[in-house]
Every structure is written in C-alpha cells, then in structure tokens.
Design a protein around this ligand. Sequence first.
Ligand code: PEP
Ligand code: MN
Length: 348
Amino acid sequence: MLIVIEPNTDENKLAKLSELLIENNAEFKEVNFLNEKIFILFSSKKEELAEKVLKFGFVKKVLTIKSPFRLSSREFKAENSKIIVGGVVIGGSEPVIMSGPCSVESEEQIWEIAREVASKGADILRGGVYKPRTSPYSFQGFGVQAAKWLAEAGRYYKLPVVSEVMEISDITELYDYVDIFQIGARNMQNFKLLKELGKAEKPVLLKRGNSATLNEFLMSAEYILCEGNSNVILCERGIRTFVEYTRNTFDLNIIPTIKELSHLPIVIDASHATGRSELVKPVTLAGLTAGADGFIVEVHPRPSEAFSDGEQSLNFSEFSQLIEDWKLLKGPVLTIRNKKTAGKNLHA
Ligand code: PEP
Ligand code: MN
C-alpha cells in the first residue's frame, strides 16, 4: 500500500500519520519521489488501515499495488518515465545510442573514440574506469584519472558520460566526472550500493545480473527508487544459460515484458549479451525492434588490442554499419511503436 500525501503538508501532520501507522504495527518507509511525499507500507494487507488513513485530509490517495515492485510498476505510474541527462532524453520518443570502449585505456584512446561515435550520432559516451573482471590478474581500470579523461572528452563532444561504480566509495570519487552511474551485472544485488545510489542526484543505469529473474531485476531498481532517486534506466545485457557458443544469452522477451510492467526505460547491451562482435548488430536491431529505449555498444579503434572485451567490441567501420542499418530500421520501428501507443490511449 502506498499513501500519497498532498503537497506542502507540514511535518506535524505527517507525524500524526506516522503515529497511526506505528499504533497499527504497520512497517513503513517515507520517501520523496517524483515531487510527492509517499509512505510505503511494507505489507499490502492493510485494507482497514486504508480507511483510517484516508480520513486525514492531507492524504491525497491510497494505492494498493499488486506487484511486488511498486514504484517501478505501471500500476503506480502509467506513463513512461523520461530520464533527461545533459539534453538527452532516455525513454522518450527515440531510442538513444550509448557507445564507447569497455575500458578507458588512455587519454588518446577515449578522445579518438569519442570523436568517432559523436560524429556517427551517439548520444552518450560510455567507458569503464573501475572494471569488475572475472580474473584478478586482468586489467582493473585506471580509476579516477581515466574518469577525468572520459569527462573531458564527453564535455568537448557534448556527450553525457556513463561509467560503472563498484563500491560506495567510488560514488564520491566519480561524482564530478560522471553523468550516469552504472551498476554492473555483478553488483545488481549489492543492496548497500543500490541504496546509496538511491540518494544520489544522478541517474543510474542498472544492468541485469546474469542470473537475475525479472522480479529480482525490478526489485533491485526498487531499492534505488525507494530512496528517492526516480532516474533509473534498466539494461538487459544477457543472462547465463546452457548455451556455450556465446558469452551470455540475450533475453529478448524481457524487453516487451518490462515495457508492459514498468514505466522505467530499458536499454540493451548486445556487446555483453553476445560476447562476439559479429553478433552485436543483429541482436541490437532485434532488441530495438522489440521496444528497447536505447542501446549500448562497445567500440574500439583496434579491438584486438583492447585491454578488455576486445572480442565483442566493434571497430569503427562495424559501428558505422550498425548505425546505418539502425537508420534504415528506425522509421518502421517508430511507426509501429506509435501505432501501439495510439491504440493504448484509445482504450484508456
Ligand atoms: C561493462 O559494461 O563493461 C560491464 C562490465 O558490463 P556487465 O556488468 O554487464 O558485465
Ligand atoms: Mn565490457
């Protein structure tokens, strides 16, 4: 149950509501979300409490959400969430392009890539500076120094930047250099990190854990949302299955499913989902056709020399081909999407 409070309600009134909830043994959490004060009750079986709560004139409405994920659900918010970062709209009318290297390897490398992807129409520059590597002997990232190079290249080419944080202390270290914080697949259920990013005033790109169910994925988003940060972008980046010829298996099904259940934008990352550069284009185009709000691709001028994920990185010419093909497909894809939206409004 969610109790939505009228705007500008003073603290004394809110204290009365808290008292009532405590008297009724209701566990709850108070959150400022999308310009509204909301009390989230942990148990939804409190119908009789709803009646009492509604007697307070400052209670705007009481919502009973059936799904376990609440603030991320369409039951809570029917219209798509748009996340605006440096003039780029994620979850708006057009899918966004996020690209860059797996790792920021040098100042020259990130500038070379930023120039290339910007010239091809990328909206957001990605680049890892803290790398969650399977082996402790693999390249671990150049940290803050690399974040500074990333930020400078992004600023010059007018591309907001996204980079991964692996632990709470990384948030402060990268705060001035990063526009979107990425939570990697391996940290999708690092609840302390999620909570801390819920308090940050920057968008969060939440990657799906490689064995996470849809419910677990959205519950992780919920950890961020219920701390007050409404700017969460979901990312499908493949899951572990019995398939051994690709790094992961891209879960195409989850895209229309998430669009149905949640108002949050979802982008796709076919680089990590496939692990093979030749599969990145077809899988990206499939994900966009299925309704993704954007795509991430790893790009490197010389993939065979990349410090990480070279096998799945597109070279500049492959990146151009992907963009060219997306331009061909975009018209029909958007026409079909707009038809669906119009249909929905008709029945609303
Ligand atoms: C990455 O984006 O480089 C990365 C490590 O992604 P994931 O967490 O999806 O493996
Ligand atoms: Mn990578």
